[in-house]
Write a protein that binds this ligand. Structure first.
Ligand SMILES: Cc1cc2nc3c(=O)[nH]c(=O)nc-3n(C[C@H](O)[C@H](O)[C@H](O)COP(=O)(O)OP(=O)(O)OC[C@H]3O[C@@H](n4cnc5c(N)ncnc54)[C@H](O)[C@@H]3O)c2cc1C
Ligand code: FES
Length: 281
């Protein structure tokens, strides 16, 4: 991060990938304009950035690329309101700002030597994609035991990163369970069912494991008891929160839950930590 934490670094939109059939989710591949900014920018999976568009505003977005991917950053953005709508009409070659990396990350040191279970729903899969790419990198794979992914969306056309999912599906160093709530495709090769149901079928032990869970609140609500049933403790369940934010660096007080700033102490929290906080998230 530059010395002034409020100062965005200019980046060029190198590539825009439309992820979903409804065209509401796009991945933006960004490259730094200045090499010194690229050198200073060092991040860990789980962190986020503030993306800024002059005259429109700034939004927190999780980093979808992995630090093992050099020379660019990826952000996958859902079209919801003022800034995200504007970003969606921008073109390759346009310049925006990036401030970060911000926030904490998944507990990589604690997860060493453990099984890692990734459970994602819908478009909240971005920093989980970063985590999977990071763990599968040859320098990192031996640091973790079994890697299992359960990822679902409402329909096949709403899954993110479909090419990568099918590549991971073919590998033997990761177990991938893709699911959709419903499909009318008779040749759909993966699961049909809600993420909590597929989790119940595929995850049968909590031994020596951590679960990273990101998704819509309803998915989290029904996944949590499934994990608890097989023995996951609140310390073994890790989540990433999305709150409204402004400064992103623990100063303005926009994002606090109790005494925790989601932008600085989070966005990654164990369920054990969340259980200590007021239920405002
Ligand atoms: C740490 C973090 C990581 C995030 N990662 C991603 C990501 O990878 N991809 C992605 O698409 N989005 C992500 N978000 C959510 C994203 O920040 C909001 O969708 C975005 O700020 C909306 O901006 P807007 O100007 O387009 O919408 P606005 O015009 O501000 O609002 C449109 C609608 O979105 C809601 N909204 C606005 N901001 C947020 C917010 N921060 N969280 C939840 N709801 C909000 C508003 O209540 C309103 O209903 C993340 C948020 C956080 C805090
Ligand atoms: S966004 Fe300002 S304190 Fe978190």
């Amino acid at each position: 991060m530059p010395d002034n934490p409020y100062l965005p670094c200019p980046v060029r939109i190198e590539q825009i990938i439309t992820e979903t059939e409804d065209r509401n989710l796009k991945t933006f591949k960004l490259v730094f304009i200045y090499k010194e900014h690229e050198k200073q920018f060092s991040y860990i999976p789980g962190q986020f950035c503030e993306l800024s568009i002059p005259g429109k505003g700034e939004i927190p977005i999780g980093i979808a690329s992995s630090p093992t991917e050099q020379g660019f950053l990826l952000f996958t953005v859902n079209k919801t309101g003022v800034v995200t709508r504007y970003l969606h009409i921008m073109k390759e070659g346009d310049i925006i700002g990036v401030r970060g990396p911000l926030g904490n990350w998944y507990p990589w040191e604690e997860m060493e030597g453990k099984n890692v279970i990734i459970i994602g729903g819908g478009f909240a899969f971005t920093t989980l994609r970063s985590s999977i790419v990071y763990m599968l990198h040859p320098d990192n794979r031996s640091r973790f035991k079994d890697i299992t992914v359960v990822y679902g969306a409402r329909s096949p056309g709403l899954l993110l990163y479909r090419e990568e999912l099918s590549e991971w599906e073919k590998r033997d160093d990761i177990n991938v369970h893709i699911t959709v709530d419903a499909t009318d495709d008779p040749d759909w090769p993966y699961n049909v069912g809600f993420v909590p149901t597929v989790t119940e079928q595929k995850i049968t032990t909590s031994e020596n494991s951590y679960a990273l869970v990101c998704g819509p609140p309803i998915m989290i609500k029904f996944t949590q008891p499934v994990l608890e049933k097989v023995g996951f403790t609140p310390e073994q369940i890790i989540m990433s929160l999305e709150m409204r934010m402004k400064c992103g660096i623990g100063i303005c007080g926009r994002c606090n839950i109790g005494d925790q700033y989601v932008c600085k102490d989070g966005p990654v929290f164990s369920l054990a930590k969340l259980n200590e906080l007021p239920p405002e998230y």
